[in-house]
Design a protein around this ligand. Structure first.
Ligand code: EPS
Length: 390
């Protein structure tokens, strides 16, 4: 399944020259400057429990095309994020020539990473050739694309946020806060949780895992506010927005579960405890008394916040490695280890925002059509008036 109006591709290896993204379909005359993108890239780099790499990188975007004098042109936007670490990998990642003297290919695949499956698929006996692209470093490029989509959505009052609910098996205490306040609190937290009192506790869990050579996963909640009803459609499987959101989020490295609204819990409840009753008020129009279905019914937005939970597995690179097999000798060995993160759940939270922003920008453009911001805004205004009168 792909996007309907927007298109984007990323390229780049983790320790190669850099990451590249091309996004097509962003309308003309959207105000955009590199700072809008760099802010998001910096957010992705944060998070307690990351390894040494984030001390090396200071991710900044270089815009190559599609923007002139601070406004989009409607043409493809090409972006590059250069890897600082490439300096240390130049010989080992060279485009031409041969591997340097003494270079040892990577032959001990890590369970849980793409190493072995990818090696078999692409006939690569140096599994680094798989690792380099499967690494979550690629998510920097997605965040750059997501930043543009967020900027586009903000022109229509649509806001996207996230926070961490579970990290390393610890369920953060539920806060009596609205979604946006949770997001704002998480922005202040090194582990992106909405309760600052628990920051040190969660950090201690990460420290302990690090001591043991372990890694940690978690559960993130990502949401979108002020999304108008009527995005997506019930009429065909690939038009359903819930499916499109799930696919986009599931495609993030290490994500193993996506749940919309109360998701799996709905299987344990009777219908009366699952459906969101409908109300209407003069100043508000239609509304729901609850939002258990996460803002989506029949694959269509219903005007309530879109709320999605995302489960991330622990990072597969373990400093106390698990059993594996050397692909040359076929002997039992311990899996390869190299610098990695203890947890990247807080960073994945920012990546999830980006992917949700991309899908929603696509769905809004699908709904409204148009090539430049002024006409799209006019159409949005008319559409919102129509909804009020319905
Ligand atoms: C990442 C960069 C990587 C890892 C991480 C994500 O850098 P390096 O491999 O040089 O340490 O920190 O990737 C993984 C955990 C993984 O399994 O691939 C980044 O920029 O987010």
């Amino acid at each position: 399944m792909s996007l309907k109006v927007l298109r984007f591709l990323t390229a780049g290896e983790s320790h190669g020259k850099g990451l590249v993204a091309i996004v097509e379909g962003i309308p003309a005359n959207l105000e955009l400057n590199p700072e809008d993108i760099n802010r998001e890239l910096a957010r992705r780099q944060k998070g307690y429990g990351r390894g040494g790499r984030m001390k090396i990188e200071k991710d900044k975007v270089e815009i190559i095309s599609g923007i002139r004098f601070g406004k989009t042109l409607g043409s493809p936007i090409a972006m590059a994020i250069w890897n600082r670490d490439y300096e240390n990998w130049k010989e080992r990642m060279a485009v031409e020539g041969k591997a340097p003297e003494g270079y040892k290919p990577f032959t001990r695949p890590r369970p849980g990473h793409a190493d072995l499956a990818g090696g078999i698929k692409y006939n690569q006996r140096d599994l680094r050739n798989i690792l380099e692209r499967s690494s979550a470093r690629e998510t920097a490029a997605r965040v750059a694309v997501g930043a543009i989509c967020k900027k586009f959505l903000s022109e229509f009052g649509i806001k996207i946020g996230s926070y961490v609910r579970v990290l390393g098996g610890y369920r953060v205490k539920d806060m009596p806060l609205d979604l946006w306040s949770r997001h704002l609190k998480a922005e202040q937290s090194e582990v992106r949780i909405p309760n600052p009192l628990e920051d040190n506790f969660v950090k201690a869990i990460i420290d302990k895992a690090k001591e043991k050579g372990e890694t940690l996963g978690g559960i993130i909640e990502v949401f979108a506010l002020n999304v108008p009803p009527g995005l997506g459609s019930h009429i065909q499987w690939d038009k359903r927005l819930d499916g499109r959101i799930a696919q986009a989020l599931m495609s993030i490295q290490a994500i193993k579960g996506v749940e919309i609204g109360s998701g799996f819990e709905t299987g344990f409840l009777p219908g009366s405890k699952v459906m969101d009753e409908i109300g209407w008020k003069e100043n508000k129009g239609y509304f729901r008394y609850t939002n258990r279905l996460g803002g989506l019914e029949g694959g269509i937005t219903n005007g309530e916040p879109i709320v999605v939970k995302v489960a991330m597995k622990p990072i597969p690179t373990l400093m106390s490695p698990l059993r594996s097999v050397d692909i040359n000798s076929k002997e039992e060995v311990k899996a390869m280890k190299e610098r990695s993160d203890v947890t990247a759940v807080p960073a994945a939270s920012v990546v999830a925002e980006a992917m949700l922003a991309i899908v929603l920008a696509d769905a809004l453009l699908e709904k409204l059509g148009g090539d430049f911001m002024e006409e799209i805004k006019e159409r949005f205004k008319l559409y919102m008036e129509y909804i009020k009168s319905f």
